[in-house]
Ligand binder design. Sequence first.
Ligand code: NAD
Length: 484
Amino acid sequence: MSLPLMKNYINGEWVESKSTTIGDVWNPAQGEKIAQVAYSTAEDVNKAVKAAKEAYWDWRTTPPLTRARYLFRLKEAFEENFEDIARVLTTEQGKAIDEARGEVRRMIENVEHATGVTTLMCGYTLEDIATDIDCMGHPQPMGVFAAVVPYNFPGMVAWWFLPYAIVCGNTFIVKPSEQVPMTQTKIFEVIDEIGFPEGVLNMVHGSRDVVNGLLDHPDIEGISFVGSTPTAKYIYQRCGETGKRVQALGGAKNIVAVMPDADLEAGMPSLITSFYGCTGQRCLSGAILAAVGDAADEIVEKFKAAAQAVKVGDGLEEQTAMGPVVSAAHKERVLGYIEKGIQEGADLILDGRDCKVEGYPNGFFIGPTIFDNVKPDMTIAREEIFGPVVSVVRCKDLDDVIDLINTRGYGNAACIYTNSGATAREFKYRAKPSMIGINIGIAAPMSFFPFGGAGNSMFGDIKAHGQEIFKFFTDTKVVIQRWF
Ligand code: NAD
């Protein structure tokens, strides 16, 4: 039986790429191929940019409230297709269905937030900056923007950018991850029903050649990127060379500290979700558990007991708490880190390598894994593993924790569990990462706050969503005027 081939969406039409380079899309729970995706050609990229460029002028002169009304319609259509989108997402990415639902919800919240364009895009005026002279700042759309997104959130991440870009009057191209192209394809089927003007929204599938085509294209004004740190750095540098606006969000090594005074019982469910939710494939996932002071033994013991109870399985089954990792190659990579941890002398106190799920002999499963007594300079305490592997670093006190956090090089998120307001305040003040959780294991800002990190977790200055994103997608034209 031939597998469905994902098509590009260009100028309001579904078009098949003529590319002969075809990739496979997998169901990671079954370990089976379920679809194919063409790695689009330079001609496909050029067609998408041309369509977006031609659509731009009419779209930017469409009143903002009219543009927002398309988003209101889109929100309703997403609600109607909510479960279908979530199920496609889990099928190709593997995460538990409730996590997929949460992702689709966050995606919709960005659409909702973007409808505030008439307030958020407003300019400003100051009269009499000199005698009889007034000055105005008019935020203006700029043209064609594009987003390049990762595999771990196949639905949501593109929507940290897309709704804001288009509601400001720009046109847009999405390049989904080639590992999980089906979710965004499903989303574009919904977009197609709404009847946006042709060329306002486009999607081109593919891999690095498509990305390079977008990065180098003279008619693209800016790139929003989310993915691993090496790619983020590369995108940032290349956009610098070609003079594009860029926001490039990278990887992470997040630390979750548990202080001796923490309420372990109340905090345990969110601690477990922090490390094992999305099978550890979240840029906000806990990676290092900092067990602090003389409570460390108890913290490790209780965390291990809770980790052992995590139900691993096919994400489509409601009772599954943790699905597979995304691919056979990624499973190998994570297993390689477990091997490295053993070699470097950390204590493997929970080993998920031999995880078997009944009825799914070929799935890419790894069970919850814990290393204890990890030292800060070990590989598993420095590099992003992006899987269900927890490194426990035992820390003396808060100073020790802060030092651990601020020497990782990354700066996405840091969390603390404590019952002391003073400790929490000091933590949020001194820890460098940009997203801080206090008795929260996943410090994920909602659409109306900015999302993005510091250090090697982000290159650029304007983060995803929030209020600032309106600045990324506009140029403030300043008019200074005098009338005689
Ligand atoms: P990735 O960097 O491999 O790929 C991301 C995107 O870049 C994909 O669309 C891919 O096709 C493209 N790409 C990959 N290599 C490229 C290259 N050499 N040149 C041009 N384009 C290239 O990332 P991934 O494995 O898909 O996603 C996981 C990573 O994303 C993790 O490091 C995770 O922490 C990070 N992430 C970060 C955030 C955040 O908000 N900071 C959010 C989600 C994921």
